[in-house]
Design a protein around this ligand. Sequence first.
Ligand SMILES: NC(=O)c1ccc[n+]([C@@H]2O[C@H](COP(=O)([O-])OP(=O)(O)OC[C@H]3O[C@@H](n4cnc5c(N)ncnc54)[C@H](OP(=O)(O)O)[C@@H]3O)[C@@H](O)[C@H]2O)c1
Length: 258
Amino acid sequence: MARVFITGSSDGLGRMAAQLLIEQGHSVVLHARNQQRGKEALSAVPGAETVIIADLASIAQTRHLAEQVNALGSFDAVIHNAAVGYREPRPIETEDGLPHVFAANTLAPYILTALIKKPKRLVYLSSGLHRNGDASLKDLAWKERPWNGQQAYSDTKLHDVLLAFALARRWPDVLSNALEPGWVPTKMGGPGAPDDLDAAHRTQVWLAASNDPAAMVTGEYFYHMRLRAPSPVSRDGKLQDALLDACKNFSGVEFPSK
Ligand SMILES: NC(=O)c1ccc[n+]([C@@H]2O[C@H](COP(=O)([O-])OP(=O)(O)OC[C@H]3O[C@@H](n4cnc5c(N)ncnc54)[C@H](OP(=O)(O)O)[C@@H]3O)[C@@H](O)[C@H]2O)c1
């Protein structure tokens, strides 16, 4: 039995993953953006251990979330699932002066990875759109570029793969992988999304908790429990390190050396 923490488990694939893990006999701690969403998450996922509240768009709340996770003890796996989508028509600035999409999708998983006591496995939700992500890492805060919501989202999903692979390289004692769930009809995906919703949450569950040797690998990228080639730039160690540095500068959170 594994103990798993899942960000963004009040809805969509995070909630479905939590339900499936519990069905399989694992223990799950949920996360939601506020108290109301937390209550809804707990009633939608009976059997969850508890729910922790934090808005991932806030650096302070994300840091506090890591403290709360650590106060609960250790976890076998952390699934970095929460994200905001690609349809923001204009940049929404966070209390830290950053675009909401970058704060929630890139900076929050960085901060949580750096501050949560090392689990045995890390899982990062990316997207096929990561292949359109800007690998220059220029203007991550969108101060100079004209806003483009889909580009901003794609950039962050490339960052999520870079994070997963950076961790695989830096922490050989942890299994760290990324995946794309397919374009599926969640709140984010929208009602017309064509891929199979019932298959979308299974890869993160499998990577977090299965003893299948195919799931017990590190530095890999998956789609529907099968290896898939990520963007080749995601394998660039210098780019991975540059992203960690940029996240450190934006958040003030140091990345542990071991
Ligand atoms: N659906 C797709 O077609 C698709 C395709 C490719 C990749 N993905 C990836 O799959 C993952 C899950 O997506 P989904 O489709 O399940 O999305 P979703 O249905 O919109 O659910 C996203 C979850 O993240 C939470 N969340 C978002 N921003 C947050 C914040 N600032 N603070 C705290 N929680 C926050 C949401 O909370 P609320 O419920 O309160 O909003 C919700 O629980 C994401 O990483 C996404 O990029 C999805």
